[in-house]
Design a binder for this molecule. Structure first.
Ligand code: MN
Length: 708
């Protein structure tokens, strides 16, 4: 374990202005907080955060990050509180420690690839400061290094799996290849012990068999470049076992068939030198087709730059060669973290521009630069990671599965994101255990449980609540379906009525002949055309029984046999008119509109009368009845209230007592004595509305109350 002074010295080495006192305080605080806790291998627990801090000093991270690493498990695992951390180490370290603690709570199980991808994004979204993520990755790396001490094999495998699925890809995404490789190797060793064993053994054997081939080829390459006047630093390695294994399983080939297991890297001073070196290499050895990649002129999306090529070196031994500058190399190994340290003036040849807050500023500056220069959204995403997820939220199902949604999404969106059936049957939601309305926006990290009922169907009103395309499409599809079914039912009823008005009974061929005359494909299409009023009743009569339509005109519609709208859905087969707000109990009539549902009016409605004058034939009308409908409807009432304190409250109470719901309330005008409110109330039927109005009038605060 690193001693206190060793750790602090390491930081001061690359950042002389680091807050030495704070680092010392953090060391002592963490040691005392973890006390006698032990790791699985019997070491004091405290050695873990110190090693994590040590890993981060390799990345030359600032004093706040190092302090965060030292403290990262204190809030989660000891009696230390977030308040204490803020008080002793400042708000910035406090925030970072809180961030790491939050991430540690989401070490969820990852059964599916989708869940893993979601969890990766979630971790990114939650780490609004990249330093949080760096501490988390170093934490995981150290846990992997000490994984073998955990006694239970299932636990070891679970941790290894999670590392491979989540943390290694995260390290890759932010360009920390060194972290990624070590995590993959350690996880691979755990998950595929036999494959790991066999690949490592063969790699060893190769080394022994061919003398030190890697050293030989490497020095040959250095010599070749040197003769051309290029001073290159050349290093060679076998590819790491996990990437060999992955290649073997992806291409279904054996180790022997895998031709290039050696990779070399030449580091040359400038970009120009990179291209010169490439030319020299290609003149000496034949290149392997399709393996040359120029990531200098076209960097990878995470900013990685280098030249890659593969050549046939000797006797069919393919080798891979990467050519890059020292700066590119540092970035490639440690990603943005290195980039930051590099630009922060921590190179040997430049004086340190500023530790502590100075380094912070550089980091922020970097982010700003990246945001400014990123060419595409994807590029920005790869670069800035955190900020891009600002418009996304991540919520959990009760089983812990993560659902990704746009910001502002509601439980309806959530339900449809989980499953279409769940969306269709949603009646309510519990967010973090509390019942909320389906309109409530979901917050990041919420646990959402959808309450469902088999009797439920998608509602027209949901179109205003849903925000995702998936939910909207599903709701519309369902509404269209309902509309069709109910249109068929309604059309059939009206058709029967039309037939009853014919002067004679229909012959057996009447329907078939009518369809031909009307050029309509089949019976359902005819019923829909009747319901939607794309065909006038006279036309239908003419088609069924030529000559019969004429005697229809001018005749008032029969009063008997009103069509019941019971069981039909408002918004699908019919709409309740917004001019007169009919409620069950009102005498109603329906206006059939071309290509739309029937509009239901109160029979005395003025608007209806006007429309009737304009309407061409009486048959645009259908007589309707409520049947035994019990769905209720919205009525509009106007209430004049005395200007006394609490008047609106009294109003609401009276309406509530009569079991009516206020859907909408508008204050129309207000003078010294009275104000007028227009209120939309949802009532069961007409008698209920009448009782409500009477009760309102009986209230002292109410001057007048009537329906409009
Ligand atoms: Mn830890």
């Amino acid at each position: 374990m690193l001693r206190q002074y060793e750790l602090v010295d390491r930081v001061l080495d690359y950042d002389p202005k680091a807050d030495e006192a704070m680092l010392n305080r953090a060391y002592v605080f963490s040691m005392q907080a973890h006390g006698s806790q032990k790791r699985a291998n019997g070491d004091p627990y405290f050695s873990h955060p110190i090693e994590v801090a040590g890993i981060l000093t390799d990345l030359r991270l600032d004093d706040e990050t190092i302090a965060t690493a030292i403290l990262h498990d204190t809030v989660e695992d000891t009696v230390a509180t977030p308040e204490q951390i803020v008080k002793l180490f400042g708000p910035s370290v406090g925030r970072l420690v809180e961030g790491v603690t939050k991430l540690s709570k989401i070490e969820a199980q990852t059964e599916s690839e989708r869940a893993a991808e979601n969890l990766r994004k979630f971790l990114l979204a939650m780490s609004d400061d990249i330093r949080v993520l760096l501490v988390k990755l170093a934490d995981r790396l150290h846990n992997m290094r000490t994984l073998r001490f955990i006694p239970k094999p299932e636990k070891r495998r679970r941790i290894a799996r999670e590392t491979l699925d989540i943390y290694a890809p995260l390290a890759e995404r932010i360009g920390m290849y060194e972290f990624m490789r070590e995590m993959q190797t350690l996880a691979f060793e755990q998950l595929e012990p036999e494959a790991y064993e066999s690949i490592t053994r063969r790699l060893e054997g190769m080394k022994e068999g061919g003398g030190d081939r890697i050293a030989k080829i490497g020095s040959g390459l250095k010599l070749l470049l040197g003769r051309a006047g290029l001073s290159a630093e050349v290093s060679g390695r076998e590819k790491h076992p996990y990437s060999i294994w992955r290649k073997m399983s992806e291409r279904h080939i054996s180790f022997e068939q895998l031709s290039d297991v050696m990779a070399f890297r030449a580091i040359v001073p400038t970009v120009d030198d990179c291209y010169r070196a490439l030319g020299i290499v290609h003149r000496r050895w034949p290149g392997v087709p399709g393996r040359f990649k120029d990531y200098i002129s076209t960097p990878k999306r995470n900013g990685y730059r280098s030249l890659h090529t593969a050549v046939v070196h000797a006797e069919n031994a393919r080798i891979e060669i990467q050519i890059r500058t020292p700066e590119m190399h540092a970035e490639a190994e440690y990603g943005l973290a290195a980039h930051w340290a590099y630009k922060g003036g921590m190179r040997a040849d430049r004086q340190v521009a500023g530790g502590g807050s100075g380094a912070r500023a550089d980091w922020i500056q970097d982010l700003v630069e990246i945001i400014d220069t990123a060419g595409s959204p994807e590029e920005l995403l790869e670069h800035t990671r955190m900020a891009m997820y600002a418009d996304r939220i991540f919520a959990f199902t009760p089983r812990g599965e993560l659902i990704q949604l746009p910001k502002g999404a509601t439980p309806i969106d959530f339900a449809y994101a989980v499953h279409t059936d769940l969306g269709d049957q949603a009646v309510g939601a519990k967010v973090n255990g509390r019942v909320v309305s389906l309109k409530t926006p979901i917050e990041n990290g919420d646990q959402v449980q959808i309450l469902r009922s088999k009797a439920q169907h998608p509602q027209t009103a949901w179109l205003n609540i849903a925000t995702t395309a998936k939910a909207l499409a599903a709701i519309r599809r369902h509404l269209r379906q309902t509309e069709r079914e109910e249109g068929l039912k309604l059309g059939r009823t009206i058709y029967d009525d039309i037939v009853s008005r014919l002067p004679a009974a229909l012959g057996p061929d009447a329907m078939g002949d009518a369809l031909k005359r009307l050029k309509i494909a089949d019976e359902p299409a005819l019923m829909l055309a009747i319901a939607r009023r794309t065909l006038a009743d006279e036309q239908v009569m003419e088609a069924l029984m030529p000559g019969s339509g004429a005697c229809e005109s001018g005749r008032p519609p029969p009063q008997a046999g009103a069509i019941s709208i019971r069981g039909l859905t408002p918004g699908a087969a019919f709409d309740l008119a917004t001019c007169c707000h009919p409620v069950p109990g009102d005498r109603i009539a329906g206006l059939r509109r071309p290509d739309a549902g029937i509009e239901v009016h109160v029979i005395s409605c003025r608007v209806l009368a006007e429309l009737a004058d304009r309407a061409e034939g009486e048959t645009d009308w259908v007589d309707l009845s409520w049947g035994e409908r019990s769905d209720g409807a919205t009525a509009r009432i106007q209430v004049e209230v005395r200007n006394v304190p609490g008047a609106l409250g009294i109003l609401a109470t009276v309406i509530g007592q009569h079991r009516a719901n206020i859907v909408n309330l508008r204050l129309d005008n207000r003078d010294a004595g009275y104000h007028t409110n227009t209120i939309d109330v949802e009532v069961h039927d007409l008698p209920q509305l009448m009782r409500l109005l009477a009760a309102l009038r009986a209230t002292d605060a109410v001057h007048t109350a009537h329906r409009i």
